[in-house]
Design a protein around this ligand. Structure first.
Ligand SMILES: [Zn+2]
Ligand SMILES: [Zn+2]
Length: 352
């Protein structure tokens, strides 16, 4: 049997189609036939090979251990077609969501269930081969999740945009029910944040975006108010909408401008969670940290347990109201191009 995969062979250069033999799963490995692969904004950074870190500097991903050629794609659902001799818990024909945020599996961090924070990341579609392909090898059955009554197309984005939004929201759960939560950036992950916030009990969700189409999508996804992030008085508007400043702002963009907006928008005791990887830098006067009792923290994807919780939440309460468009696998380069051009509202999912 042959497999097709779309690979990054050189940073920034067009993806190349590779045809190889389908691998045979060894040990605890599982072979999936791909059913759905979500296209994520972070693929653009992986493809380019760097993140902007402000002041014209870049964080080089190849120097940090990403090896080429690489098949990207980390939001994957597939059907089990072969299992290794030591694989247990799944059988041929099962449809599974793949947790791509995996670590070494051995260290203390991994053993307490936070493989997404392992110092030796093996993330599928980032450090190891991902799902922009007809087939995919998953190293262990513990990375596979039953999607319940969800369709593969709907479930795929939960592996990254879903769990990323969910994990960020959990970090402000203490005030989620009785204070407005501010979501900055209503792209694919931000919209997921809006809709999951409502599912998690938030009564007021304020979405900030510079694009009117994305503000419209945020309202459709359950936002109770939107603010134009490009307005010169955007921070003032957040203060007015939250009754004097927000307890929780989640920044799904992560640019200098949006993080500054987020910091300016919080009330004393408030928290800013930065999720987006747009890039840039901020300067915070150090006395502000104690005097405003502020928390500025990051959140990176999510843990094994959070994926399980999210699947349970979505199976119980229904799919997030995020528009999903499917495209054939062979259009992966065009799909990434549209994402880079800002033409995608919601999520694109590739189907084999
Ligand atoms: Zn992603
Ligand atoms: Zn580890």
């Amino acid at each position: 049997m042959r497999m097709r995969s779309y690979q990054v062979c050189e940073c920034g250069a067009p993806l190349k189609l590779a045809e190889t033999d389908v691998p045979t799963p060894q040990g605890a490995q599982v072979l999936l036939k791909m059913l759905a692969a979500g296209v994520c904004h972070s693929d653009l950074h992986i493809w380019d090979g760097y993140y902007e870190v402000g002041g014209g500097k870049r964080l080089n991903l190849v120097e940090r251990g990403i090896k080429l050629p690489l098949t990207m794609g980390h939001e994957n659902v597939g059907e089990v077609i072969e299992v290794g001799p030591e694989a247990s818990g799944v059988k041929v024909g099962d449809v599974r969501l793949v947790n791509p945020w995996i670590g070494c599996g051995q260290c203390k961090v991994c053993r307490r269930g936070e493989e997404n924070l392992c110092l030796k990341p093996q993330s599928l579609g980032v450090y190891a081969q991902g799902g922009y392909a007809t087939h995919m090898l998953v190293p262990h059955t513990r990375h596979l999740f039953d999607i319940g009554r969800l369709s593969p197309r709907d479930a795929a984005p939960l592996a990254c945009s879903g769990v990323t939004a969910y994990s960020a929201l959990k970090k402000v759960q203490a005030t989620l029910k009785d204070e407005p939560v501010v979501i900055v950036g209503a792209g694919g992950v931000g919209l997921m944040g809006v809709t999951l916030a409502r599912k998690m009990g938030a009564s007021e969700v304020i979405a900030v975006d510079i694009d009117p189409a994305k503000r419209e999508a945020a309202l459709a996804a359950g936002a109770t108010k939107t603010i134009d992030g490009a307005a010169p008085d955007a921070v003032k508007q957040v203060h007015a909408a939250t009754g004097g400043g927000a307890w929780a702002v989640i920044d799904f963009v992560g640019s200098s401008q949006t993080v500054n907006l987020a910091i300016g928008s919080i009330v004393k005791g408030g928290t800013v969670v930065v999720v987006g990887l747009f890039g840039g830098d901020v300067t915070v006067p150090t006395p502000f940290l104690p005097l405003r009792a502020m928390t500025l923290r990051g959140s990176y994807v999510g843990s094994h347990r959070e994926i399980a919780e999210l699947l349970e939440l979505v199976n119980r309460t229904g799919m997030p109201q995020v528009p999903i468009r499917t495209r054939p696998l062979d259009e992966v380069s065009a799909a990434l191009g549209d994402l880079r051009a800002g033409k995608v509202v919601g999520r694109v999912v590739l189907t084999a």
